[in-house]
Design a binder for this molecule. Structure first.
Ligand code: SRM
Ligand code: SF4
Length: 565
């Protein structure tokens, strides 16, 4: 008699979440015990609180040579900053904490937030409490919940939807935030705050939270600086007669894949329905609870909502979504993303004020010899008392400025040896890299530390070919998880093995399409020489106004592969 096969067993993380008592685990007991790291269960729960246990990978060799036992444990801490908007005082407080407890750097992330690296166990609570003291939270910056909600940060009030979507991002972030009081008990005041809900059963997430992480973002069609098609849930503004009338709801974007597993892949989100502004939270809750109920809880590599969309198809997804929405599902309007803006340099806001966008290479804010970026940003914020906005392209915007501020900013940047945006090539400004080694435990290859050198190499090649002013970027990641969204870029470099990378080409600058594999297993030192023949062909064969990604798409994957062989 053949044996009946039951449903696959839930992944071990499911049991950890279910037994966590509202995300408490034994986190507080471990902290007070005085040891320098957490065990597996708490390591998973810490993510919901916005922190990851890491180890200094650079120190591995020297520790073992020096006879030191164990690992050099430290913590990465990530903030939750909806739409990337913070006050001057919050920036200054973050900067103080970076100097006091972290590795003296602040890392702007690809989701408009900040991360600290190198915080040791003794300083973990003080750092998170310090962030809360300036009214910033780390709760649900990571974990199987809704993460930081993104929105184009530009204070460009000439665009009808900009203010609305930035406000809607804040409201959605609050609506989808976990309601557990564990966070405040552990990190902030130790006092049990009344939440009005039964402990450990969240009104949206229930007892076992989501099957996996969940990400949301808002954009306008003209400016996809948040890469809305890479998000689990996207709100794309819809205009009628120049008025912002609501959003198309897009579902199922995501980047991460696993080498050697063809059933894992990056995926572009699909338009599911149209909603008005007052339906933003209800639509978000409907999508997230659908994911909670139907997502894969057995295989974490296939647990993202994008696989539900890919496996079911748009029609079935819409059918199921309609049963979760508290209003009739309206079909999406005919709207696509069409552009991207980095928001750099000096720009009028449209209300008599201005903003200045500064390009931050790979988002790393640090002082390093004559290059004193951290000091420059601190000084600008101190002197001007200005609001700070972070972009999903790892850059920083100083906002609500008077006309006289421009000269002061330029002066401070020059004094601190920081290049102005116009002094950087488009390729450097449009590029992104994830942190990778030494902090990321999943990194196969270097990324943040390698990309500046690769751009140093490619700039002269572009200059020689007369392409230096062309607008395209390189997005590099140390592994296939795709934290710098490499699979939508015009050139994507993804860590493969040792110091070898997969080169992807053919994405659209505005993030509306996936790229394709151009060459596998390319040693880092050969990357620029491998891409050069394709750049030469592009220069000779492009049509008027055709950008590099569109050219690669037109000639097709096989031809690109042959040129780079
Ligand atoms: Fe990411 C895991 C860094 C945006 C896909 N990501 C990680 C971890 C936490 C490694 C880990 O699990 O131990 C990395 C910490 C490295 C370090 O030392 O700091 C990490 N991810 C980052 C950041 C800091 C990259 C950056 O250059 O800024 C970004 C933080 C954003 C934030 O503020 O919340 C970051 N990660 C992304 C994005 C881009 C986005 O969200 O728009 C993606 C691709 C989109 C997506 O989610 O599909 C992304 N990160 C991943 C994945 C793959 C998930 C999957 O579906 O398979 C992992 C691995 C995992 O979750 O198991 C991951
Ligand atoms: Fe780490 Fe990979 Fe993300 Fe880079 S892409 S930060 S190596 S998980």
């Amino acid at each position: 008699m053949s044996q009946m096969k039951g449903p696959p067993a839930p992944s071990p993380v499911e049991a950890i979440k279910a037994a966590s008592n509202g995300l408490r685990g034994t986190i507080i007991q471990t902290i007070v015990s005085g040891i320098d790291h957490f065990e597996e269960g708490d390591k998973q729960l810490l993510k919901f609180h916005g922190t990851y246990q890491q180890e200094d990978r650079d120190a591995r060799k020297s520790r073992s040579l020096g006879g030191l036992a164990g690992k050099a444990y430290s913590f990465m801490i990530r903030a939750r900053i909806p739409a990337g908007i913070i006050t001057a005082n919050q920036w200054l407080a973050l900067d103080d904490l970076a100097g006091k407890y972290a590795n003296k750097t602040i890392r702007l992330t690809t989701r408009q937030s900040i991360q600290y690296h190198g915080v040791i166990m003794d300083a973990l609570r003080e750092t998170i409490a310090g962030m809360n003291a300036c009214l910033l939270s780390t709760l649900s910056a990571c974990g199987d919940v809704n993460r930081n909600v993104m929105a184009c940060p530009a204070p460009d009030w000439t665009k009808p939807a900009n203010k609305a979507m930035q406000e809607d991002a804040q409201v959605l972030a609050m609506h989808l935030a976990p309601k557990s009081s564990a966070y405040h008990e552990i990190w902030v005041n130790g006092v049990k705050e009344p939440t009005g809900v039964e402990e450990s059963v969240d009104p949206i997430y229930g007892k076992v939270w989501l099957p996996r992480k969940f990400k949301a973002a808002f954009a306008i069609p003209l400016d996809n600086c948040v890469d809305i098609h890479a998000q689990c849930l996207g709100y794309l503004a819809v205009h009628e007669n120049g008025k912002h009338i609501g959003y198309n709801v897009l579902v199922g974007g995501g980047q991460g894949m696993t080498h050697g597993r063809a059933d894992t892949f990056p995926h572009i989100s699909k338009a599911m329905c149209f909603i008005t502004r007052d339906q933003v939270c209800a639509a978000g809750e409907a999508v997230i609870t659908l994911f909670r109920d139907h997502g894969n809880r057995a295989d974490r590599k296939r647990a993202r909502i994008k696989y539900l969309v890919a496996d079911w198809g748009v029609d079935k997804f819409r059918e199921v979504l309609a049963t979760y929405l508290p209003f009739p599902l309206l079909m999406p309007k005919d709207v696509e993303v069409s552009g991207i803006d980095l928001h750099l340099g000096w720009n009028p806001q449209g209300d008599g004020k201005f903003w200045y966008g500064l390009s931050v290479e790979n988002g790393r804010i640090k002082d390093d010899g004559h290059f004193r970026l951290r000091t420059a940003i601190r000084t600008i914020v101190e002197v001007l008392g200005c609001e700070v906005r972070l972009s999903a392209m790892q850059d920083i915007l100083f906002c609500q400025l008077d006309e006289s501020a421009q000269e002061k900013i330029v002066q401070i940047l020059k004094t601190c040896g920081v290049p102005l945006p116009e002094q950087r090539s488009p390729v450097r400004k449009l590029s992104l890299a994830c942190p990778a080694v030494p902090t990321c435990p999943l990194a196969i290859c270097e990324s943040e530390r390698a990309l500046p050198g690769l751009i140093d190499q490619i700039e002269p090649v572009l200059e020689e070919l007369g392409l230096l002013s062309e607008e395209f970027g390189i997005r590099m990641t140390g592994c296939p998880n795709g934290c710098a969204r490499p699979y939508q870029s015009e050139i994507g470099l993804v860590g493969r093995s040792g110091d070898k990378f997969v080169i992807f080409v053919g994405g659209q600058k505005n993030g509306s399409r996936l790229n394709f594999l151009g060459k596998d297993l390319v040693p880092r030192v050969e990357i620029v020489n491998t891409i050069k023949p394709l750049l030469i062909r592009y220069k000779d064969e492009r049509t008027t106004g055709e950008n590099f990604g569109d050219y690669c798409q037109r000639i097709g994957q096989d031809t690109c592969k042959a040129i780079m062989a």
